[in-house]
Write a protein that binds this ligand. Structure first.
Ligand SMILES: C[S@@+](CC[C@H](N)C(=O)[O-])C[C@H]1O[C@@H](n2cnc3c(N)ncnc32)[C@H](O)[C@@H]1O
Length: 215
């Protein structure tokens, strides 16, 4: 069983309960408006879905993506009452979410857990319309000290962490990347990335990304 499938067994009951403040911060900083389309990348059990649906309203659209079948099953159960929410079981590193289809996207603790962070970030950028925004909270174990080294090793063991620096990958593709907190923690980063208004294929990286339509 994959780590995240295994984690799904306890995730829903345990970690979901503590995600409220971060979820609310994400929705607030994204400035979601009624009628907008939003993408939740690595949605897990869908803890953020109620906030997203509330923000975009009945005329908006929410698409959530996760690779773990168990996480997806729980998220789908949670989303069943909203006709404008779709939960896709897909690998965010290799799947096109829909070019320019989304006004906003969010990835909470998700990119660093993926095997190809650069591809996942490029696919997220490709999914956004020009000027679209992406809220990211993630692990950032870039420091070169003993504690960070131990954390890196532990995270690699349990979740296959590749060592990629999510913030650096965001800076490589997005027009603007700004910290949400003035002082970023040593082990996590919370940022808002905005896709450039004028976009070329070279900027989105979409042409070079191993991206397939979800299906
Ligand atoms: C730490 S959990 C975060 C879940 C959720 N965003 C939250 O805040 O509760 C990381 C999630 O990323 C998903 N994930 C890992 N690799 C993935 C990939 N390649 N494509 C899509 N989802 C992936 C895992 O299945 C897991 O649900």
């Amino acid at each position: 069983m994959q780590f995240w499938d295994f984690a799904a067994l306890t995730y829903y009951r345990l970690l979901d309960r503590f995600s409220g403040p971060l979820n609310r911060l994400a929705v607030r900083r994204l400035g979601l408006r009624p009628g907008e389309a939003v993408l939740d990348i690595g949605c897990g059990t869908g803890a953020l879905l109620p906030e997203l649906v509330h923000a975009v309203g009945p005329h908006g659209r929410v698409v959530a993506v996760d690779r773990s079948p168990r996480m997806v099953r729980i998220a789908r159960r949670r989303a069943a009452r909203w006709p404008n929410v779709e939960v896709r079981e897909a690998d965010a590193c290799t799947t096109c979410h829909g070019s320019g289809e989304f006004d906003a996207a969010v990835a909470l603790g998700a990119f660093s857990a993926m095997p190809d962070v650069a591809a996942a970030v490029a696919n997220a950028c490709d999914a956004l319309r020009p000027g679209g925004r992406l809220f990211v909270f993630d692990v950032r174990l870039a420091k070169d000290d003993r504690v960070t080294g131990l954390l890196r090793r532990g995270y690699r063991l349990v979740a296959g962490f590749t060592g990629a620096d999510v913030v650096a990958e965001l800076r490589a593709v997005f027009g603007r990347v700004e910290p949400v907190f003035a002082v970023e923690g040593d082990t996590t980063a919370t940022v808002l990335a905005t896709k450039a208004a004028q976009v070329t294929d070279a900027v989105t990286g979409s042409a070079g990304t191993p991206c397939r339509p979800a299906g």
